[in-house]
Design a protein around this ligand. Sequence first.
Ligand code: HEM
Length: 235
Amino acid sequence: MKANVMLFAVFPYVAVALAIFVGAYRALVRPSTLSSLTTQILESRMLFWGSIPFHWGIVLVLAGHLVALVLPRGLLLWNTVPLRLLLLEATGLVLGLLALTGVLILAWRRLSDARVRSVTSRMDVVVLALLVLSMATGILTAVLYRYGSVWFTAVFTPYLWSLVTLRPRPELPADLPWMVQLHALNFFVLLAVLPFSRLIHVVTLPLGYLYRPWQVVIWQRSEDARTGLPGRRST
Ligand code: HEM
């Protein structure tokens, strides 16, 4: 079997099957583990500066990818005015850089804070590395191979729809530069590891993280309990 058939026609279905079946098994058998297993109580400052830009950046960038997938004609129409094309590409780039900065801060936090490191698994490191790779290859694709918001609709929109309709066309991405292929493949790798990692929390759509204030932790000390005074607040 040719490599591109394996990578772009077989592997995507393996990744989706793993995500659905292992994810469903985990949801049914261990529903309490469908969480990001927050470490906010161990360290909250770097978490704030990493998590907020990362989540805003990635959600909006992926929303942009979704527009290219479901509204390709609208996107092409928008891009017929050069200023609008530049505005869109620049916005995507800024959001990508925001997400990359956020995930780098989160990775640094995991490695530099001893308490957070002590609860970090190998899978956490793998997921962070894959996310960094996703963002970095996406940004490099946008910078090196302009203008992605135009050619995405000619290559990736039909390719992704060919997967959805179960008539895969692996020849479509086969001739793209390796950086772009790696960027697309990395998405399927992320999908495959999703049910085995804390990334699973995306299925619970925790949108509250985007706007909620910092968690307020109330320490109940023994002297507070004795005096009946309210506990100390820490954010
Ligand atoms: C985990 C999923 C993904 C993440 C986090 C991600 C992230 C990014 C980022 C940060 C950028 C740069 C910002 C931008 O220009 O929008 C980007 C660009 C791009 N991505 Fe993705 N991406 C993902 C999945 C995919 C998939 C599955 C494809 C194609 C099948 C794809 C194709 C592209 C293309 C063609 C660009 C260039 C867009 C442009 O130049 O305007 N991405 N991606």
